[in-house]
Design a protein around this ligand. Sequence first.
Ligand code: SF4
Length: 620
Amino acid sequence: MNAKGGYWGKIAWINLTSKKVSYVEIDEEFEKTWIGGAGLGTKLLWDHYPAWADPLGPRNLLIFATGPYQAAPIAGAGRCTAVFISPLTMHYAESIAGGHIGPILKQAGVDAVVLAGKASKPVYVYVEEGKAEIRDASAYWGMDAVEVVDAIKKDVGGRRLTITAIGQAGENLVRYAAIVNDKHGVFGRCGGGAVMGSKNVKALVANGTMTPPLADRDGLLKYYREDLLPRINKAEFTKINAELGQVAAVVPREENGLLPIKNFGGDEWEEGAKLIGTPRFNEVLKPKRWACEYCVMGCHRKITTEGYPQETGGPEYETAAMIGSNLLIDDLKAVVVANDLCNRYGIDTIELGGVLGWAFESYEKGYLTKEDTDGIELKWGSGEALIEMTKKIAFRDGIGDLLAEGLRSCVWKYPETKEWAVEAQGMAVPAHDPRAFFSMVIADTLSLRGPSHCHGFSEAQELGVTLPELGYPEPMDRFAIEKKGEIGAVYQDVHEFWNSLVWCFFYFFSNWPFGDTVKVMNLITGWDMSPVEAKLSGERMSNLQQALNLRCGLDPKRDFVVPERLRKPHKKGGAGGKVLPWEYIIEEYYKTREWKDGIPTRKKLIELGLADAAKEIYGY
Ligand code: SF4
């Protein structure tokens, strides 16, 4: 153990090919530089992932990483970061999930688990008391991500057991397969489930019986209980999320133009939004709160109405938007059933909505016919089509085989359809239309892990939740042009720091400002880091991620481009008539980052202590 608190200083490295488990020690300097979670994963991938390796081959690493926050019993710490090279974008990827895996993995005595190589037959990895072992999972292969949790729990037991598993989509290497924790937390984005499936790993199981070290336990708990928690509980956002859940965002976002409608080609959908959003969502489904470990907000939902799926987490905002409004589906039951199927098969609902948006539009325009779809009519608003196509994709049945490859493969097969493939870097744009909040063009297009609202949520600044500690105290007008590229870059760095802690950024909207996320880290670790230094650590991660992306073949001129659909303004609605100045914003982003055409300058890399990245890009 190195640091005074927050870490064990130990990574379990599982070589699946040789069936060997070893333990890598990390020292305090490493911890201070890379923090944990996304930062730790970025550094390990940089050190170990060779150029042009196959993300679905044994050279990829799948890293489940905690940060210092998972050592503390505090709200927002119920998260974990998975880091890998994406089989969808073919470059750096991270995915953050709730549930219980983060804190329990830490309590199992390691800071991270690295899955390397490929097992010759299905296995699962078990961690307890600082030791990991590889176990046979042949009996579980073929189960969905709910069945496997029940089966492993029954076979293994353990009071503090957490099970993170893939379903059939991961086994079938669907390029946007997800990894599901304890039936309701999901590592959704970027295809981590396919990477896990490619390694023949069905599940990561941890039993948490140890108490992680905290540098200033009394100081932390006093500050948390007497200062932070009362503030959190008072926040309007906490109340809305607790009482109504994430789907409460659907109706207001339809009004302000952020909600994706008809594959981002629609302007308004007032009645539909009311049918799938709150209050109807809650009246029909009678959901109960379902929280990640230690969370006081509990934004996940357990549906209780008879006749609806109740075992997995109900749809959240992104899901309701991407497989609801984006496909004009106002049939709440279809959305709930498809969401449950995704949780069971392990499919990213955001990517599913993006891919089906393309398929529905291609069908409408005659590029896909009933013959291509095995007789399924891909009509806007068809809940039946949504459910049937979800099954086809999970099992790569018929056209599901093409759709399982992602949007770029669809466009390679049907080049005339490029205009309505709403993707950047090969990955679908999430449910945050940047034409309504201009700064989001950075997260939606230039996120360094592929389009992502969890990798630079600068919309916060436009909503009035700001970063005074970093010199940005004032809210920004959502349609203003100046400083949008700059704030997009700043939020990416801030978000990378958060994803390294690892922390739920919903609490940023609940009176937990950036400076306090740093303060809590200092109480956990015994450090004295300032907010500016914390942001700098995020900047270091962002730059190394981009260097890794370049190693993997990312071409900023091809990949950091706004999808054609989003270049045209909405005709009406909350963002009607607003033309997204995307080229200007991207240029400003590069300038802020001191990057030339998307490539970090040598000077910047050296400044950040990334001499090896500078050498790889510039040769010296
Ligand atoms: S707010 Fe939601 S996502 Fe965040 S920790 Fe709580 S339940 Fe999990």
